[in-house]
Structures are given as C-alpha cells and as structure tokens.
Ligand binder design. Structure first.
Ligand SMILES: [Zn+2]
Ligand SMILES: [Zn+2]
Length: 240
C-alpha cells in the first residue's frame, strides 16, 4: 500500500516542532508525496499559534515543490462538551480540520462515557472533518460508538503513525479503531503527525496497524488525491 498524502504535519509554528512549511514541503516532494495538510496545533496549546495564524494560512500557495498543500489545523478539544479552540468563521475557511484530545490542554479522564460524548460532539461540529489520534490510551472511548458516529456524520477517524510511539499502549486501540471502521465500511485518514520534516510521509506504524486487521486499501483515503479531495468535498463546501 503506497500512501501519497500526509494529512497530519506540524511546523515550527506549533511551538514544539522544528521545521518550516518550506522544509516540510521539500521533504514531502523528496519522498514523492502528492499532497500534504499543514496542521499546526490550535491556540489553546501553550506555544501554539494565535487564532489569526489560521486565518492567515490563506496566504500560503496551493502547491509547493509540486506537492499540493491543504491549509489545516489540529484543533484542541477543550472541554467535555466537545468544543474546540477556534471559531467557526476561521474553521470554515480551512481545507482540513482535525480535532483531538491533548493532555496539556484537557487533563485526561478515564470516564469512557464522558470522553466518548466529547469526541462525538467534536465530530458533530460541521467544520470538524476528522478526529486526530482517537486511539490515545489516555482518553478511553467507546470505539464502536465513535466509529458509528463518524459514519453517520460522514467524518473521519485518523490512524496516527505516532500513537504507537509517543502514546505507548495506544496501538491496540488503534487496531480496534481500524477494525471498527473496516466493519462499518468507512474510510480512514492516515497522518504521520511529523513534528520535524524528516518524519513527513512516514507511515510504517499506521500501515502495520491497518495490515494487522486486513483493512482494505480502498478505504485508506491517503492512497489517492482524487479520493481524498472527493471525500473532503462531500463533508462540506470549502470556502475559497
Ligand atoms: Zn495531536
Ligand atoms: Zn499532531
């Protein structure tokens, strides 16, 4: 399975990452990727950009070094009501909006019902396209319920390449998420979650997880630019 798109990349703007957008794009081009989404952390995380940064993403070119560039964010889920840390008027102008739990923003809870409710409410935000690293072991959720909610809303769950490494113990959850999506016949999105350019396009863990549950290549949106853009267009009308 060849993944041509990396939908989860950070730049130096995140405050704890190391590469510029030019460096990220250059590595993506070098590795033969066709498209990347730049998804810095939302403003609620210490050191992350201010809200205006995400409005200013429209100044970025649509393509760098032959790699199509999606303007995105990894927003923070800031409470158990599923609110995120950017207003709709900014989110609606972005090409790809992920939302996720981060320990430094929302202290982890082992309340499965509470975590599940928050994730489903975030998925219900009309401008949230995907949940980042839903397998994070620190926020246990009802995986079948999350997958069903994603299906009903036509949204995506991410298979995050980093979870197996930086969130130890999460791999089994990632496998269960992949299985649940496979059973419901819904696509997934893969992200390297690169915090340095060299890690852009590295999907070895994500691919191992998908293969371990016989996940169909067809349902991995990262295999085709056309498939990915068509799916995103189906979620909502993107503003120019
Ligand atoms: Zn994250
Ligand atoms: Zn990230």
């Amino acid at each position: 399975m060849k993944l041509k798109i990396d939908m989860h990349t950070h730049t130096i703007a995140s405050g704890h990452a190391f590469s510029t957008i030019e460096e990220v794009a250059a590595q993506a081009a070098k590795k033969g990727l066709r498209m990347i989404a730049t998804t810095d952390h939302g403003p609620a995380m210490e050191g992350a950009p201010i809200a205006m940064f995400f409005a200013a993403l429209l100044m970025l070119p649509r393509e760098i070094d032959g790699v199509r560039l999606l303007r995105g964010v990894e927003a923070n889920i800031i409470d158990f009501d599923g609110n995120v840390d950017l207003p709709s008027n900014i989110l609606k102008r972005l090409d790809f909006v992920m939302a996720g739990f981060h320990e430094v923003v929302l202290p982890p809870s082992d309340d499965v019902a509470g975590n599940t409710g928050a994730m489903i409410k975030a998925l219900s935000n009309p401008y949230v396209d995907a949940i980042s690293h839903p397998g994070n072991i620190h926020y246990p959720v009802d995986i079948p319920a999350i997958a069903k909610a994603a299906k009903e809303r036509g949204k995506l769950l991410e298979i995050n390449n980093n979870s197996a490494v930086v969130r130890p113990g999460s791999e089994e959850n990632c496998r269960r998420i992949a299985s649940a999506c496979r059973d419901l016949n819904i696509p997934v999105v893969c992200g390297s979650d690169a915090h340095v350019s060299f890690n852009v396009g590295i999907f070895s863990n994500a691919i191992r997880i998908l293969k371990s549950v016989n996940f169909p290549d067809d349902l991995v949106l990262n295999t085709s630019v056309r498939k990915m853009t068509r799916f995103l267009d189906g979620i909502r009308k993107r503003e120019p």
